[in-house]
Design a protein around this ligand. Structure first.
Ligand code: NDP
Length: 444
């Protein structure tokens, strides 16, 4: 049995219920085959892969809080500190009822390679809770965030572990979390990113993941001799990543015809009206079907995903496994020639295989959505220097980082004989730096 298969088989026995984690590990390890095989004896001796797939630490805790009816609610909180070989743990917090240890391990594992790809000194981590902010009052969200931080503060710090937002954790939640951290520790430090501009946040952080997704997509498309100008784009999701992906797609001349939430999707043949979408989602925190109240000519498809809509470019920006093999076949059958992932692991293993084998332009999440964590790292730098850079300065750095990521991913793929396969390219490019740092630091 190959070294990769051995390590993967052991994991399936140890963690049979952590399906998303096993899926993420399989995708990464399989594509690392060329580099693992070239160094197999050395890596086996130091159990490099066994250490890479086992988090350095997982903190799991009770989060009790009082709802508006005076009833005590109890949620589970987690922080997975996966790998600190190249820097302090860095990765978002997700508040969603589906959150469990396996999902956070998949997200933390992906984060290791993504953070390495950015070229910035940040390790991989992820955290969150099964708390659902939907439909909660601001006071309830605050009560939850304060209780969550009452435990988390012991384990994080500006040079130790720096969480940020993810699904269900935006500016409001980061504000409450930061306030409680400061109250508990007395420290005014860059311990969280995605902070408000009035208390240490960075310009462009809100837009960073969506903008970064379009910067790398644009780079990939231009290198292939094409352009986003005039192309039809399908987007899923209507949260932070989706909204700013749509904004940048319009700035680059594309036409976005869909947006979705967990109840269904909107199709607007004239192009999604971004002002309306922002009002519904950022201001009113309402459901996407409200879009029809503003644009009656649009269509709403309840309980469906937008992958049967004909498009040139698909940008999944909602959640994991939102594109399965069948959806991938439908997209390809309708002439889609470019897929770039804003969400983490939005394509399942069968969908990835379809995209890679079809030879379309396909940029996987760990490269495509690295803009968010990149600007988070720039926020950390500004906090350490007690400086605030301008929007233009941060945006220019983000663009440069995304271009560098494209170059690294593309070069790694080519170096190992997989030209144009950005899945192999992203995984190998991310892995090499982490592996070298782990080896240099000994058995820790
Ligand atoms: P938000 O909470 O702002 O938005 C999430 C969007 O996805 C909402 O429209 C939500 O709909 C939808 N969604 C969530 N779960 C499901 C589901 N199970 N089925 C269908 N739709 C769903 O999160 P973000 O925009 O921040 O995150 C989106 C994705 O991008 C995630 O995969 C995240 O890990 C990834 N990402 C985010 C980064 C960031 O900087 N924020 C950085 C890198 C990656 P509803 O409101 O109905 O639940």
């Amino acid at each position: 049995m190959s070294y990769i298969s051995e390590v993967y088989e052991t994991l399936t026995v140890k963690y049979p219920h952590e399906k998303e984690f096993l899926q993420a590990v399989k995708e990464v390890l399989d594509s690392l085959a060329p580099v693992i095989e070239a160094n197999e004896e050395r890596y086996r001796r130091i159990s490099l892969l066994e250490r890479l797939v086992e988090p350095e630490r997982i903190i799991s805790f009770r989060v009790p809080w009082v709802d508006d009816n005076g009833k005590v609610q109890v949620n589970r909180g987690y922080r997975v500190q996966f790998n600190s070989a190249i820097g302090p743990y860095k990765g978002g917090l997700r508040f969603h009822p589906s959150v469990n240890q396996g999902i956070l391990k998949f997200l933390g594992f992906e984060q290791i390679f993504k953070n390495s790809l950015t070229g910035l000194p940040i390790g991989g981590g992820k955290g969150g809770s099964d708390f659902d902010p939907h439909g909660k009052s601001d006071r309830e969200v605050m009560a939850f965030c304060q209780s969550f931080m009452n435990e988390l503060y012991r384990h994080i710090g500006a040079d130790e572990d720096v969480p940020a937002g993810d699904i269900g954790v935006g500016a409001r939640e980061i504000g409450y979390l930061y306030g409680q951290y400061k109250r508990l520790t007395g420290l005014y430090e860059g311990v969280l990113t995605g902070k408000g501009l009035s208390y240490g946040g960075s310009l462009t952080r809100t837009e960073a993941t969506g903008y970064g997704l379009l910067y790398i997509t644009d780079e990939m498309i231009r290198r292939a001799g094409k352009s986003i100008e005039g192309k039809t784009i399908v987007v899923s999701g209507s949260g932070n990543v989706a909204i700013f992906a749509i904004e940048k797609a319009y700035q680059l001349g594309g036409k976005v015809v869909t947006a979705s939430d967990s109840n269904g999707y909107i199709y607007d043949a004239n192009g999604i009206n971004l002002d309306v979408l922002k009002k519904i989602k950022l201001q009113d925190r309402a459901r996407i079907k409200e879009y029809l109240n503003y644009v009656p000519a649009a269509e709403y498809h309840e309980n469906e995903k937008p992958w049967n809509v004909k498009c040139d470019i698909a940008l999944p920006c909602a959640t994991q496994n939102e594109i399965n093999g069948e959806s991938a076949r439908t997209l390809l059958g309708n002439g889609c020639w470019c897929v770039a992932e804003g969400a983490n692991m939005p394509s399942d293993l069968e969908a990835i295989e379809q995209f890679v084998n079809s030879g379309i332009l396909y940029m996987p999440a760990k490269a495509a959505n690295a803009g968010g964590v990149s600007v988070s790292a720039l926020e950390m730098s500004q906090n350490s220097q007690r400086l605030s850079w301008t929007f233009e300065e941060v945006d220019a750095r983000l663009k440069e980082i995304m271009k560098n990521i494209y170059n690294k991913v593309s070069a790694s793929a080519e170096k190992y004989g997989y030209k144009g396969n950005f899945v192999v390219g992203a995984n190998i490019a991310g892995f090499e730096k982490v592996a070298e740092a782990m080896e240099a630091q000994g058995i820790v």
